[in-house]
Ligand binder design. Structure first.
Ligand code: ATP
Ligand code: MG
Length: 263
């Protein structure tokens, strides 16, 4: 459905951030994109959704193909109309609007939309939002705002939904709840999902296939079961040593600085 072929992204005409990034997202699947801070995950999503321009970034090489069409020079609104919707990092909601107004705003791109039915569909996935439909979004908890951000994306009935670190800053139980809902959305609605994360364990739990990126390119890819067995993944992303013991975060981080995926 989506193919990135060797793309290069440069910010401010000089800062090369993506250095030959390639990945594929097959229709109907959940694909995970893992990587540590600064690897280029958000930049990858912005390249796909046409959101680099406001940040003075540009795709300078390679190609981005969605449903057989080149989209890398198109503007963000056009890409949304094609069915790609990005849920930005940091749960961006309209803070002064109510929950329901936020959701209705998410459906604005569609004509002849069945708003009521779609609101019920979103509330079905996120009953907490239904309880708070008249509340101002700015006063929701972090987890509820993340649910609202995903709910708003659902209102646009995307074919491809891209989520940028939905687990960021949330308590583990809430993250599990949200990942479970993401999986349901994929299974029940057939929505294709590109899931950007640092939480490798949960991502490998829901994804059909996953990529690991570092320093602007993919360094490892595979089916979750196989990645879980990979020594480097266990060490750096799952925090496990070969004997299955949990390492201290500090230790892993230190080691990580010394060892690179490709060196
Ligand atoms: N607008 C920008 N101008 C210049 N450099 C940028 C810009 N946005 C990002 N970068 C740089 O590009 C690199 C990748 O950033 P990006 O946000 O894509 O990483 P990330 O993998 O999403 O990290 P995180 O997990 O911290 O969100 C970083 O070194 C960052 O400093
Ligand atoms: Mg990011």
């Amino acid at each position: 459905m989506l193919t990135l072929n060797n793309i290069e992204v440069i910010y401010n005409d000089v800062i090369l951030v993506l250095k030959g990034m390639s990945l594929q997202v097959p229709e109907g699947k959940i694909v995970g994109l893992l990587g540590s801070n600064g690897a280029g995950k958000s930049t990858t999503l912005k390249a796909i959704s046409g959101l680099l321009k406001p940040e003075n970034g540009e795709v300078t090489d390679g190609s981005i193909e969605f449903l057989g069409e080149q989209i890398h020079n198109q503007d963000a609104a056009e890409i949304v109309r094609k069915g790609i919707f990005q849920v930005m990092e940091g749960r961006r909601v309209f803070e002064h609007l109510t929950v329901e107004e936020n959701l209705i705003a998410g459906g604005y791109t569609r004509q002849g939309a069945n708003l009521k039915g779609d609101l019920e569909m979103v509330y079905g996935y996120f009953p907490r939002l239904k309880d708070r439909q008249k509340q101002t979004a700015g006063y929701l908890s972090g987890g509820e705002q993340q649910m609202l951000a995903i709910g708003r994306a659902l209102m646009a009935r995307p074919r491809l939904m891209m989520l940028d670190e939905p687990s960021l800053g949330l308590a583990p139980l809430l993250v599990m709840e949200i990942f479970h809902i993401i999986k349901r959305i994929n299974e029940e609605r057939g929505t294709t999902i590109l899931l950007v994360e640092q939480n490798a364990n949960l991502t490998l739990g829901v994804a059909d296939y996953a990529y690991i990126m570092e320093n602007g390119r993919i360094v490892l890819e595979g089916y979750p079961d196989i990645l879980r067995e990979n020594a480097d993944v266990r060490e750096f992303y799952l925090g496990l040593t070969e004997v299955g013991q949990r390492k201290s975060y500090r230790e892993v981080k230190h080691y990580k600085r010394r060892k690179r995926w490709l060196s």
